[in-house]
Ligand binder design. Structure first.
Ligand code: ADE
Ligand code: ZN
Length: 347
């Protein structure tokens, strides 16, 4: 078993499949945009903005962040900064969420959001060592009509830039079966499908996502192991979970990372990989997450390299891109081991 230093783990090449551009926003950027757009923040010091201890409190602040975003340029800025910060955390490939439901309610059209976000994806691909695709998350509490509208909007965009549709916000009090039609429309348009499910809601929502809504992936899936038959199905069908342990800790789903089901999910054969969820608002990065998880579960370097490679498998990148990413990651693993004076990977 090889034990890696914190710095080594932080520098591992990574994939991220569960990060929200709004939740990735820097407090200073939101303060500046709120000022420019005449939006009053509920705090004097922008650093005080990002304080919450439950999903509902977090989503209230998420609403304040979204109210500060009004023009295509605003969305370009937060998306581009999200990719800059991701590249800094060692992320080489990402599929990243944007959630227009909040700003649509405030009168900003989804086309304005997408104009800024899609331009940021193109710019980041050109400027940074990270390759990004976007996933449009609809807002579950806004209901099935909004979901269908978002599926139709997503269907009309360039699939290489907008690869899939997801769903976020609260689970409690939401009947997840009502989204089946919107997901069917997304599937017919060739969009990949995912859903936040089993985060602060039951494993039943994961079942609805994969059985009724045709989801290819599950975001969080924190409660999956509560349902052994569903777990067997998720393992057999190799449906990935985009797991976010520190985010779950911050909203108090677990008292500490050691109690998080990530390690048990992996032992059970689930394709569970690591993500930051809302790195700006929660004030940590995927590089921090790799260190936290490795220490909490006593993972070796080999295990953390495997977690990183599982991110490639869990992604929706075409097969040739996945193969190229795998080759690149393995070459980087070898270079890092050699730089830190560690034994080479087993052949
Ligand atoms: N939107 C951003 N982060 C979220 C989370 N963790 N759960 C639900 N909706 C979200
Ligand atoms: Zn999320």
């Amino acid at each position: 078993m090889t034990v890696a230093s914190d710095e080594h783990l932080r520098r591992l090449p990574k994939v991220e499949l569960h990060c929200h551009i709004e939740g990735a926003s820097r407090a200073a950027t939101i303060a500046e945009l709120a000022g420019a757009n005449g939006v009053e923040l509920p705090v004097d010091d922008p650093a005080d903005l990002y304080k919450f201890t439950s999903l509902n409190q977090f989503l209230d602040i998420y609403g304040v962040v979204c109210a500060s975003l009004q023009s295509a340029d605003d969305f370009h800025r937060i998306a581009y900064e999200c990719f800059e910060d991701a590249a800094g955390a060692g992320i080489r490939y990402c599929e990243t969420f944007f959630s227009p439901g909040f700003v649509i309610k405030l009168g900003v059209p989804v086309s304005t959001v997408w104009e800024g976000v899609s331009a940021a994806v193109v710019d980041a691909r050109a400027d940074l060592d990270i390759f990004c695709r976007m996933v449009l998350d609809f807002d579950k509490p806004s209901g099935p009509g909004h979901a269908l509208e978002m599926a139709e909007f997503a269907a009309a965009q360039d699939r290489d830039l907008l690869i899939g549709m997801g769903a976020d916000s609260v689970e409690r009090g939401v009947d997840h079966t009502v989204f089946a039609d919107a997901y069917a429309a997304a599937g017919r348009a060739g969009l990949k499908r995912t859903m936040h499910a089993g985060e602060d809601g039951p494993a039943d929502n994961i079942a609805v996502a994969v059985r009724d809504c045709g989801c290819d992936r599950i975001d969080h899936g924190f409660r999956l192991l509560d349902d052994p038959a569903l777990t067997d199905e998720i393992v057999d069908r190799r449906i990935p979970l985009t797991v976010c342990p520190t985010s779950n800790l911050i909203i108090k789903l677990v008292p500490d990372i050691e109690s998080h089901p990530f390690a048990r999910q992996r032992e059970r054969g689930v394709l569970a990989m690591l993500n930051s969820d809302d790195p700006g608002m929660m004030r940590f990065s995927l590089a921090d997450e790799y260190v936290t998880v490795a220490r909490a579960f006593g993972y070796s370097l080999e295990e953390m390299e495997a977690v990183s490679l599982d991110g490639i498998e869990a992604s929706w990148a075409p097969d040739d891109e996945k193969a190229a990413l795998r080759r690149r990651f393995e070459a980087e693993f070898d270079d890092l081991r050699s730089e830190y004076g560690l034994e080479a990977r087993a052949a």
